[in-house]
Design a protein around this ligand. Structure first.
Ligand SMILES: *[C@@H]1O[C@H](CO)[C@@H](O)[C@H](O)[C@H]1NC(C)=O
Ligand SMILES: *[C@@H]1O[C@H](CO)[C@@H](O)[C@H](O)[C@H]1NC(C)=O
Length: 275
């Protein structure tokens, strides 16, 4: 009996993969984000390979992909994508400074976990524009372009767990100020279009956190090659403001944070909109 238990344990240990298996190729995921950017540029989703049973949301509300933001042709100034080969998902940040209607858009895309042939199962988009908390597309573009999100050498890449724990620590700090967040030094926060740093070597992200703000319903996209993790969640309560935080880690510490919050100042007079 004992020996059969121990051989079962041995078998289980052998079956546990030493590293997480990639379920989708990076080539397939890059094709997905390229097609997404092309679709938004053209205002035409026909090239996206969105499943007929796929789920589409805008600002966390069910919406029609055929008539939503993707049906508008936008002049994109900057597109930044990350790719999660383990979970077959992607995240893209789009910046549009076109003065007729500036936008900063964040989108998570999910394929079936086996990857399939690239048919998209889910698209979740956050659309921020004038009046949203700290919105300033010109500022977002300016700071985004000054940052360096280089590919991290394989032997220096952080694990998925390290990336996720760092993002969770940061988000948990808004309810528990005793949480220790692993910050890199320097570190900068791009919140809407506002930068906490100056782009210099002395920038710090440890500039204080408000408390009493739960970040709920978190959905992650993790890209180890770039030390990047995106989290979408409700900011402040179970059905509160749709929010996206994009983190970049270097040497296991948070180097950059980009935030996008769907929160019109007029909807919530107490929001610190005039920061
Ligand atoms: C779209 O997805 C289907 C199902 O996975 C796949 O067979 C097809 O090759 C894909 N089409 C394109 C153009 O990628
Ligand atoms: C937006 O950001 C740009 C670049 O940082 C800055 O010059 C501009 O004053 C900002 N606009 C507003 C309304 O804050």
């Amino acid at each position: 009996m004992l020996s059969s238990i121990s051989s079962l344990v041995t078998l289980a240990l052998v079956l546990i993969p030493t590293s997480v298996q990639a379920h989708c190729s990076i080539a397939l995921l890059k094709q997905v984000t390229d097609r997404y950017v092309a679709a938004q540029t053209a205002g035409d989703v026909s090239g996206l390979n969105f499943s007929s049973t796929g789920v589409y949301t805008e600002n966390f509300q069910p919406a029609d992909i055929a008539t939503g933001i993707l049906s508008q042709s936008l002049k994109i100034d900057n597109a930044h994508s990350i790719h999660d080969t383990s979970e077959c998902s992607t995240f893209t940040q789009l910046v549009v400074t076109d003065p007729t209607h500036p936008y900063v858009i964040g989108t998570q895309i999910r394929l079936p976990s086996h990857g399939g042939g690239g048919e998209i199962a889910k698209v979740e988009t956050l659309v921020t524009d004038q009046g949203d908390w700290l919105f300033n597309a010109t500022g977002t573009l300016y700071w985004t372009q000054r940052e360096n999100w280089y590919e991290i050498p394989k032997d220096q890449q952080d694990s998925r767990e390290t990336l996720r724990k760092a993002a969770d620590a940061y988000l948990n700090k808004f309810t528990d100020n005793t949480v220790r967040v692993p910050f890199h030094f320097p570190c900068a926060r791009l919140e809407g279009g506002i930068y906490t740093g100056t782009g210099s070597d002395t920038d710090t992200c440890d500039v204080g956190f408000p408390t009493g703000i739960p970040m709920l319903n978190r959905r992650y996209v993790i890209d180890q090659a770039y030390g990047a993790i995106n989290v979408m969640f409700n900011f402040g309560g179970p059905t509160h403001s749709p929010d996206s935080h994009l983190f970049r880690l270097e040497k296991s510490g948070i180097r950059y944070v980009h935030t996008m919050t769907v929160l019109k100042c007029n909807d919530l007079p107490e929001a610190p909109c005039n920061a």
